[in-house]
Each structure stands twice: as structure tokens, then as C-alpha cells.
Design a protein around this ligand. Structure first.
Ligand SMILES: NC(=O)c1ccc[n+]([C@@H]2O[C@H](COP(=O)([O-])OP(=O)(O)OC[C@H]3O[C@@H](n4cnc5c(N)ncnc54)[C@H](OP(=O)(O)O)[C@@H]3O)[C@@H](O)[C@H]2O)c1
Length: 247
């Protein structure tokens, strides 16, 4: 029970990787606020899975692109829980297109969700973490933020920026005992990847040294490590969970 007694907020917790992260946090004793935007039914199922894992929590609906909405939701959570010990910025979207064809709307939406969303949530939470003696933030990036990913210029730029943000926030917030790390999934058999054409997935699978896609729970367990005291001397790092894809 490595997160016993802690309050965690997982954005994008309604489905995919975020749901698996929420469940693994609950399994380790955390109380989990399951963040989502509009798929309330999925989010309710995620909260049920959190409870099945032996934990508890509540639903927390807000759009990470909207700073004021985020501030209100985090303030309400802080009012009811008193503190937030752990945040996982997992909400994310992909709007793939070749750069020459990409609309500015596709560019902006991905940047506003993946990068600005991460900024809005972290900004809303971090002062309370500093005031309550520390905390841990995990930003979910992607292998696409570390190497070329044709057709994903918006997504790759947003995730690369999240990696840079993570390192600098870790340096700034270390003295306040707030650790900030990035989790870098490769191809995981859940969420947005599960919705890609299986033939394309098969082509990409051949390049993975471990020979298979990752499981969402494998990402969830890596998130628990970064949030827990097992990683008490780890900050500003990128933990790559990709079966060797990026090697
Ligand atoms: N799946 C993979 O293999 C993989 C690999 C590398 C990185 N990632 C990253 O992992 C994260 C989760 O991806 P996933 O595959 O699990 O995707 P997913 O199944 O599409 O889930 C995305 C989640 O983000 C939430 N979300 C999207 N836009 C939002 C917004 N504006 N405000 C609040 N919440 C928002 C969604 O909420 P609603 O459903 O309520 O809209 C949903 O819960 C993303 O950051 C993604 O880039 C995934």
C-alpha cells in the first residue's frame, strides 16, 4: 500500500491509460479523483474499477484546456480533501495529419489539451502542495515527444514540450519537496492506440524489442512508482515504458 492515505488526481482518468493509472493508485491505497471531460459513463465505470480495486474516490469533470474551469475544480477538491498529494496529468488527444495538411485548429486543440492542460492543472495544484509540505506530479508524455513521428507534428511537439516542462518544474519545485517526473509510454494496447487500424499496429509492433504492445496496467504501475516514496529521490526524469521501442 505505497500510496495509503494520499489523495491523487488523475486527469483523463475515465478511460484508457488514465483509468489504469487510477486503478493502480487505488490498489496502493490512494483516494482517487477521476478526472474526465465529457464521457461520464466511462468515468463512472472507472470509478467503479477504482472501488473494485479496494480504493475510493470521486468523479471530477473539467476541461483541462480551460484554466478557470480547472481552478474551480481543483479548489473544490482541495476544499473537500484538504490536500492533494499526487497529480497525474494524463488527459490527452491526438489529431494526426501530415504537417502540410494540418489545420491550425488541429494544431491548437492538441497543444491546448496536451501542453496547456498539463500547465493549467499543475499550476492549480502546486501552490497547495508547496504549502502542505510537498507532493508528486507525473506528466504523461509519449515516445513521440522524443523522436520523429510523421503525421503527428502537433502531438510530438506537445509531448516534447511536456518533457521540457517536467525537467524545469522539477528543478524549480525540488526545494519545496514537490517531485515532477514524466512517464513516457510507447505503444500501449489501450486508449487511443487501441483505436488505430490493427494493420498499422502490427507494422509498428515488429519494431518493439519486447515483441508486444504494453498493457495499460504496466503504465499504471510505473506511475505508482513515480508517485510513491519508492521514487523519493527521483525528480525531473522521464521513465520510458515502451518495451524498448525508442532504443
Ligand atoms: N495509448 C497509448 O499507447 C499512449 C501512448 C503514449 C502516450 N499516451 C498518452 O496517454 C494519455 C492517455 O491516452 P489514452 O490512450 O488513454 O487516450 P484516451 O483513451 O483517448 O483517453 C483520453 C482521456 O483524456 C481525457 N481528455 C481528453 N481531452 C480532455 C480535455 N480537454 N479535458 C479533460 N480531459 C480530457 C478524456 O476524457 P473524455 O473521454 O471524458 O473526453 C479521456 O479520459 C494521453 O496523454 C496520451 O497522449 C498514450
Amino acid at each position: 500500500m505505497r500510496l495509503a492515505g494520499r489523495t491523487a488526481l488523475v486527469t483523463g482518468g475515465g478511460r484508457g491509460l488514465g483509468r489504469a493509472i487510477a486503478v493502480e493508485c487505488a490498489r496502493e491505497g490512494a483516494w482517487v479523483a477521476v478526472g474526465y471531460r465529457r464521457r461520464a459513463e466511462e468515468a463512472r465505470a472507472a470509478l467503479a474499477a477504482v472501488r473494485d480495486a479496494g480504493g475510493d474516490g470521486e468523479l471530477c469533470a473539467f476541461d483541462v484546456r480551460e484554466a478557470a474551469e480547472v481552478e474551480r475544480a481543483v479548489a473544490a477538491l482541495l476544499a473537500s480533501r484538504g490536500r492533494i498529494d499526487a497529480v497525474v496529468n494524463c488527459a490527452g488527444v491526438a489529431r494526426d495529419n501530415l504537417f502540410a495538411r494540418m489545420t491550425l485548429e488541429e494544431w491548437d486543440d492538441v497543444m491546448r489539451t496536451n501542453l496547456h492542460g498539463c500547465v493549467h492543472v499543475t499550476r492549480a495544484v502546486v501552490r497547495s502542495m508547496m504549502a502542505t509540505g510537498g507532493g508528486a506530479v507525473v506528466n504523461v508524455a509519449s515516445v513521440a515527444g522524443m523522436r520523429a513521428s510523421p503525421g503527428q507534428a502537433n502531438y510530438a511537439a506537445s509531448k516534447g514540450a511536456v518533457l521540457a516542462l517536467t525537467a524545469t518544474l522539477a528543478a524549480e519545485l525540488g526545494p519545496s519537496r514537490v517531485r515532477v517526473n514524466a512517464l513516457v509510454p510507447g505503444l500501449i494496447a489501450a486508449g487511443m492506440v487501441a483505436r488505430v487500424d490493427p494493420r498499422e499496429i502490427e507494422r509498428r509492433r515488429e519494431r518493439i524489442p519486447l515483441g508486444r504492445l504494453g498493457e495499460a496496467s504496466e503504465v499504471g504501475r510505473a506511475a505508482v512508482f513515480l508517485l510513491s516514496d519508492d521514487a523519493s529521490y527521483v525528480t525531473g526524469q522521464s521513465l520510458v515504458v515502451d518495451g524498448g521501442l525508442s532504443l
